[in-house]
Design a protein around this ligand. Structure first.
Ligand SMILES: NC(=O)c1ccc[n+]([C@@H]2O[C@H](COP(=O)([O-])OP(=O)(O)OC[C@H]3O[C@@H](n4cnc5c(N)ncnc54)[C@H](O)[C@@H]3O)[C@@H](O)[C@H]2O)c1
Length: 347
């Protein structure tokens, strides 16, 4: 098993992220003995009956989807904790994808003003992205992640065993975020993904675990410097501005990671046009995404819908929006004062 440590300088807090295979059973056993509380994605609970506690009063089975990522689910988790005797020093273990992780973590952050939280991500997206960094939250009247907190876990346990049951679509959904992390921070890692793309697609354990660990290390590096996203953490939005437009225009028929992949291509095109990156970087990003079977072009149905979604981006200011792009040698660049229409006109 490999591990990395996250040190949050602002709060002087640190925690470990463990990445390996077939170790989760023992850690779950440990937390059962510790009388911990579990919030478990319903699908994961049914797929992994051998390792996930099922009928205990300490287990809350969560039907996780964007419609249940709500304050009402948070309240149910809080009541589950209260009614089953959780105290200030109790631990909540969140087992599932990003929806379970975000929702349970938010509940952990406010129950008795915060109890210990352990993240056990089970999708590739949650392994490489959402379980690291301490952003918690739920949707409010359909607005994504409108309510939440910054709350770091006490540890993150990543077992690649869970990935065996993940659909291809969900796997690629997470892989896009790992490519994004590489493209704005680490050229060597980007070309590691490129060189190992077939092994990664085939879910070869060693390549997958290296991919996950490196993604976590790079995300941790950003979060350590900028927990609350006032600076460098904004780099992690590469591809996401255009993706908001694509998701909205497609009425969310295009899955997030696929929209991010397309978004990375169009935002790179913007960066190239305005001298923030070079042909080599642009071609490397587009080429890798294409080889991994992501769509790299998009034909809008209604550009006004796209424009509204891009302009509404939470990174919008008086003079336009800020976008993050992959600059030369895969060094992230923030471009400020971009007019949303300039992005939409690329499509
Ligand atoms: N906190 C952050 O920093 C952060 C970062 C990125 C995304 N997010 C959030 O993450 C969420 C998306 O996360 P996600 O993509 O993991 O979605 P998800 O939690 O909905 O999981 C996707 C699907 O996979 C299923 N699943 C989970 N583990 C499985 C497994 N091992 N085998 C088979 N099926 C499995 C789930 O039941 C679900 O149907 C979004 O709500 C997004 O806002 C948060």
């Amino acid at each position: 098993m490999k591990s990395t440590t996250v040190n949050i300088s602002e709060t002087n807090k640190s925690y470990n992220i463990y990445v390996g295979s077939d170790f989760i059973h023992d850690r779950i056993e440990y937390y059962i003995k510790e009388n911990a509380y579990f919030v478990v994605d319903a699908k994961v609970a049914s797929l992994y009956r051998n390792i996930i506690p099922q009928n205990s009063s300490n287990v809350f089975i969560f039907q996780a989807n964007e419609k249940t990522k709500t304050l009402s689910s948070v309240e149910k988790i809080l009541l589950f904790l209260k009614n089953n005797g959780a105290l200030r020093d109790s631990t909540l273990v969140a087992i599932g994808g990003g929806i379970t992780g975000d929702t349970a973590a938010f509940a952990a952050s406010i129950y008795m003003r915060g109890i210990k939280l352990v993240q056990v991500p089970t999708t590739l997206l949650s392994m490489v992205d959402s379980s690291v960094g301490g952003k918690t939250g739920v949707n409010l009247q359909g607005i994504k992640n409108n309510v939440g907190s910054f709350y770091q876990p006490s540890e993150v346990l990543i077992d690649s065993y869970f990935l065996n049951s993940l659909s291809n679509k969900e796997y690629l959904n997470g892989l896009a975020e790992a490519i994004k992390i590489a493209a704005v921070q680490d050229e060597e890692f980007f070309y590691f993904i490129d060189d190992n793309s077939q092994n990664i697609l085939a879910r070869k354990k060693c390549s997958m675990e290296n991919l996950i660990l490196k993604s976590c290390m790079l995300k941790a590096h950003v979060v350590e410097q900028d927990e609350k996203e006032s600076g460098i953490r904004k780099l992690l939005n590469f591809g996401h501005t255009a993706a908001h437009g694509i998701e909205s225009d497609s009425n969310y028929k295009i899955h997030h990671g696929f929209a991010v992949a397309i978004g990375m291509v169009y935002e790179s095109e913007y960066a190239l046009k305005h001298g923030h990156t070079d042909e080599k970087t642009y071609n490397a990003i587009k080429g890798l995404l294409h080889r991994l079977n992501y769509p790299v072009t998009y034909t809008p149905k209604n550009k006004d819908i796209m424009l509204a979604a891009v302009a509404k981006d939470k990174k919008a200011g008086k003079n336009g929006i800020s976008i993050a792009v992959a600059g030369r040698n895969m060094q992230g660049v923030i471009i400020n004062n971009v007019k949303p229409k300039e992005i939409i006109d690329l499509f």
